[in-house]
Structures are given as structure tokens and as C-alpha cells.
Design a protein around this ligand. Sequence first.
Ligand code: DOR
Ligand code: ZN
Length: 357
Amino acid sequence: MITLPGLIDIHVHLRTPGQEEKEDFYSGTQAAIAGGFTTILDMPNNENPITTKELLEEKIDIAKQNIVCDVGFYFGSLGDNFAQFPQIEKEVFGLKLFLNPTTGNFLIDEEKLIRIYQSWPNPAPDGAGQPILLHCEGETLPLALKVIKSSGKRTHICHVSSQMELSQIIKAKQAGLLITCGVTPHHLFLTEEDSKKLGPYGLMKPYLKPQKDVDFLWQNLQFIDLIESDHAPHTKTEKKSDHPPFGVPGLETTLPLLLTAVHDGKLTLDDIIRLMSTNPVKIFNIPTDPNTKVEVDPNEQYTINNKLLYTKCGWSPFAGKKVRGKINSVYLHGQKVFDQGQILAEKGSGKILVPNG
Ligand code: DOR
Ligand code: ZN
């Protein structure tokens, strides 16, 4: 058995309030614990986007009663809520902005981006304060890099998926921009080829990429700061519809996939700790507890099974895949909360986190 620190997923969509048919705080945090994540940060693209203090607090109140792991939140902006920033900056782990269309229609243009960057209280150049997170895939990345450079504000680029994107990010890092970046497990373990077999269950933004892009990500892991699952559950009914929404769940499959990759020699356990604990802590100022930890059996093999998932959506793009490395038990603040497939935590026993809290 190997002991890891409690892992952190800085990118999840728990859908509440408003879309509880996809996920809620109880099912989503159970999925987190079952996947070895003891801290998760929840995105603001809810049905009603989280762009006011009131909506943020309403969300936190619901979470408090229902979470079984530690949870922090992000704030959102469509470029019309600057007066809210000083009121919420200490409560959230960052500001999430979307430069490409995706679930939630939370899109902003260049002019708004510049104004939001001017307003977000992230005191450069020392990088203190909470970062802005960007969904800026493909053609919107160069524009984003230009704005980051002129504002000097610390930024995390979400779910990098192509050689083109990562090459630009590496250059920008080398030029001294205050940027970090993450990749998702689906962009590391699936390719464009899989989307043909998976149909709507392999549909997400950014799309799955050709093998050469996936290879480039693996070859340049040292430039990648963290792994983010982008857990984005949608119901099977929605996925089977004529207009399936973008997004796949990831909380319960990320660690087993990465442990399998460790066995295959593609990365090391130290890489897992760097990508899923040490770096997320540093980048987002996440409080930690030495009594929060995960025990895994690196040699136990099993097949990912939709029926055994805690996520409410009840499916995974990795269903049927054989993995090597199983989460045996999870301790949250010294309490055993997960043991061999069973959640032991009581609803509401997780903590609401704030940066440096
Ligand atoms: O595939 C995605 N799903 N990409 C996103 O950017 C949003 C997410 C969601 O919320 O469903
Ligand atoms: Zn996302």
C-alpha cells in the first residue's frame, strides 16, 4: 500500500444549484473521495452563472449541508460585475473566464477580457492573490497571452490539449509570463480516434486531439503544472439527445489512470504528487492538513465499471478500461471517510475552503 497526500482537483463542475439532475454536492463530493480527491474547486458556470456575492453565498450555503470532502469555489464574470470583485476576492480561489463557447454560454470578447483583467484584484508582479483561470483553446490563446502580458496578472490556462497550445505556453513561460497550465486525463488517455467509438460520451471542449498532440503533452509533462479532471457530468438522456452537451466526468477515473501510467513507466509517483497536490496548493493557495491522505494499492487491477460510480451521471468515457492501481482508503482531517469502495463520511462533514484559510 502507498500513502499519498489527499489529492486536489482544481477543476470540477458540480452543477448545483440549478442542474441537480446532472450532479449535486453530495454525489459529486462522494465521487471525489472515491477517486482519491479530498479537495476540489468548483466552477461558476452554473445554470445561473455565479457572478454575484449573493449567488456565491447561496451556493456555499447549499454546499455546507452536503459535501463530504473539502470544497472551494471560483467566481465568474461576463464583464459586468466589477463592483462584486472586492466583496468576494477573499472567498474564492480565482476568477474563471471563457473565451470559447461551451456549456453554459459564458462567453466574453476581447474588450471585456481586457476590462476584467484591469479590475481583478491580483497584485502583480509578485503573483500574490488569486489567479484568473482561462478557457482559451486554439485561436483564443494568442489573444489571451497578449492580455496576460500587458496586465501582468497571474493566470492559469485550463485544459491545454494540443501541441500548438502547449508550445505557445512553454514560450510564454520562458519569456517570464506569470502563467501556469493544466491538462485533463481525457486529453492524456484518449485521442480523436476514441471520439468515433464514444460518440457523445467522448464529446467535450476542448475536443479530443490526434495522437501526435497527445504524445506532445506526455513528452512535455515538465511544463505542465497540474492535472485537472474537468469533471463535467451530463445525464445519459442529454448525451443521447440530438444536441449532446460538452463534457465528461473524471473524478473517479483520474487517479487510477495515472497510477496505471506509473506502472507503464510514463510518469512517476512523484509526478502525481507534484501535479495533483504540491503544485495545486502553491498555485491556488489551498490550505492543507497532514492528516488528510489517501492509501492506494498500486498493484490491484480492475475494470472501470459505470455501475460502481458515485457520480450522478452514472457513466464514464473510460468504462470497460482495465486499470492498475486502486484507491483503498481515504482520510479527511484524520477521519476515515472511504474504505474499499464504501463512503463512510457523513453528509456535510467536508469543509468550505478559502485561500490560505
Ligand atoms: O466539455 C466541457 N464541459 N468543457 C467546458 O468548458 C465546460 C464543461 C461543462 O461545464 O459541461
Ligand atoms: Zn471545465
